[in-house]
Design a protein around this ligand. Sequence first.
Ligand code: AHR
Length: 316
Amino acid sequence: MKILRRSLLAAALLTPALSAFAAPLVMGFSQVGAESEWRTANTASVKAAAKEAGITLKFADAQQKQENQVKAIRSYIAQKVDVIAFSPVVESGWDTVLKEAKAAGIPVILTDRAVKVADPSLYVTFIGSDFVEEGRKAGKWVLERAAKAPGGALNIVELQGTVGSAPAIDRKKGFEEVIKANAKLQIIRSQSGEFTRAKGKEVMESFLKQRDKKIDILFAHNDDMAIGAIQAIEEAGLKPGQDIAIVSIDGVRGAFEAMKAGKLNVTVECNPLLGPQLMQLAKDIVAKKPVEKRITVTEGVYTADVAAKELPNRKY
Ligand code: AHR
């Protein structure tokens, strides 16, 4: 009886200490927006992984506006969260707010997109795809197609992502780096479709209206813009995937459906399911364990001939 009473007393004394120790880690996450199928899958992955990891997630959708992200980060600093994670809409303009986070002693994790800052110690780590490599992969597919195509110039139109964003800058760079190996490949028009279906369709319509040059290939920086452009091509009485070959990036289910229907030729994978790794990183950082400064994701390339077989395996 005495022993039982003693252990109850000990448990009562320990409880406040234990519960303080077990307080869930709090993460403030600023998301770019909800502009694409990819982004929806990324948000779902982050939310599900936080729940699974027992991390309290404070989530804000910035609607593709940097000012909203800056506001969200400042509010997370004021709330004294344990860690801040964000996917920056554009690359530049983050120095001031990241200095504020550092001064408050709150570690910052970049997910999906990179920033350009003078002092790299303003963030702890960056987890996301290698966008330059994705552009190169798209370029390689075009280069191989051009090698088999008889005749002269092959005219390319490009639908760029959000102006100033890391994926738009890097994918363009990687693609151009590769296609310059064949002089018959020329980008005749290039404009931002803001990573959305609606804008992708609108810009493709304007490309198609300029009838001075035939369009042979479309390079879209993401699947959503390619899907919007497919609609525009069909409405113009042309066959997407045949009259105009289409290469895009992401590998979302919608792209596999378009490939299965013969309307899209190839998609380069960009994996949005970063949630579980992000949560593990947050725990490690808060526990002061060392983490890599740059963590990349392994990804593939899928062509239309494998689309039907791959579609049931797609997780996003
Ligand atoms: O940053 C990743 C990119 O952002 C995806 O390719 C695109 O679909 C999204 O909007």
